[in-house]
Design a protein around this ligand. Structure first.
Ligand code: NAP
Length: 339
């Protein structure tokens, strides 16, 4: 291969992100300079936050520029190295973007450049041991502070982040209730992930379903969805509840700002706390989380699912899968095999 295939951001989305927001391009393979390596992407990570990166507004990372390759986390293989810590053939994690090749260096970009720990496959590094696993770990434990016997409610529960957050809450001795879309995802949560109760929000009356599934109300709500589900949950808090604002995917493709929950004042009467976070702030502590998550996986206490798509041409549609709920577990796409 002597070209670098790319998907460039060509048009900022209004409403649902589609293939029309991107343009296919072929460019020469870039060269690594001093202190850099040339990486060939093998697996791309798909994350709801990519929809936010497409919008021209201030956020925790700058927006992707029009005409630039779409930003994405990746695992790839080092093809050329001008950095003494990396050798040709190393499997690395970086922010490779929607393209075959990227020039990367440690400390550059949101994910820097790191070698995969020995024995850890790319699919695991980009899911349960990657951004979504770390988000679940730090969001639930640092902000949610679950205690044994408490009830933990999770929205987006069958997804990459929610399913890990719920299982960690189980490991910590909590009663865990998950909210997800459809019978297949709900069955996986109960039968495989060990959730105590599940709510299919697509079946309607989320408020009533939360009431029925949380007879002791909840102490921690780990929210990935926002909107109506957040508002319904705020009716079922215990005194001193902690609400972890992890994401608000129900509004990511909205054309108008969603109205805020009408019942925020419940936070006052119940002396509850609602707090947002960005996982990138926790990267200095990533090692601690990876070690613990790996130990739970090896002990059989933590299950994870990967939804692996294939083909460079399928990249734009694969992003959309997150917003239509087609993904079963962490959404990844494979574009090449290691050499
Ligand atoms: P994911 O949960 O694996 O996939 C997204 C899921 O969201 C879909 O499968 C779908 O599940 C659900 N969804 C989509 N549209 C929805 C809607 N309108 N209403 C309700 N549910 C909807 O994705 P993820 O990567 O783990 O991300 C989950 C959340 O965590 C996102 O909000 C993301 O932004 C957030 N996040 C935050 C941080 C941070 O640092 N704060 C880091 C990573 C991720 P159903 O089929 O169940 O609807």
């Amino acid at each position: 291969m002597n070209i670098n295939r790319q998907w460039l951001l060509s048009k900022r989305p209004e409403g649902m992100v589609t293939r029309e927001n991107f343009e296919y391009a072929e460019t020469p393979i870039p060269e690594a300079g001093a202190g850099e390596v040339l990486v060939r992407n093998l697996f791309l990570s798909f994350d709801p936050t990519q929809r936010g990166w497409m919008v021209d507004r201030p956020s925790y990372l700058p927006p992707v520029a029009i005409g630039a390759p779409m930003r994405a986390g990746s695992v790839g293989q080092v093809m050329a190295s001008q950095h003494s810590d990396f050798e040709v053939g190393d499997i690395v994690q970086t922010t490779g973007g929607w393209q075959d090749f990227v020039v990367a260096a440690p400390g550059q970009g949101p994910m820097g450049l790191t070698k995969l720990p020995a024995g850890v496959p790319p699919e695991m590094m980009l899911s349960v041991l990657g951004i979504t696993g770390l988000t679940a770990y730090f969001g639930l434990l640092d902000l949610g502070m679950p205690k044994p016997g408490e009830t933990v409610l999770i929205s987006g529960a069958a997804g990459a982040t929610g399913s890990v957050a719920g299982q960690i809450a189980k490991i910590k001795g909590c009663r865990v209730v998950g909210i997800a879309g459809g019978p297949e995802k709900c069955a996986w949560l109960k039968e495989e992930a060990g959730f105590d109760a599940v709510i299919d929000y697509k079946a309607g009356d989320v408020d009533g379903q939360i009431k029925a599934s949380c007879p002791d109300k909840f102490d921690v709500f780990f929210d990935n969805v926002g909107g109506d589900i957040l508002e319904a949950a705020l009716n079922h808090m215990n005194l001193k509840a902690r609400i972890v604002l992890c994401g608000g995917i129900s509004g990511y493709n909205a054309t108008e700002p969603a109205p805020g929950p009408a019942n925020l004042m419940n936070l006052i009467t119940l002396r509850a706390r609602m707090e947002g976070f960005i996982v990138l702030d926790y990267m200095p502590r990533a090692g601690e989380a990876i070690e613990q998550l790996l130990a739970w996986i090896q002990a059989g206490d933590l299950k994870f699912q990967v939804d692996l798509q294939e083909g460079f041409d399928q990249i734009p549609e694969t992003l959309q899968r997150l917003f239509t709920g087609q993904n079963l577990g962490k959404q990844l796409l494979k574009i090449a095999d290691p050499i």
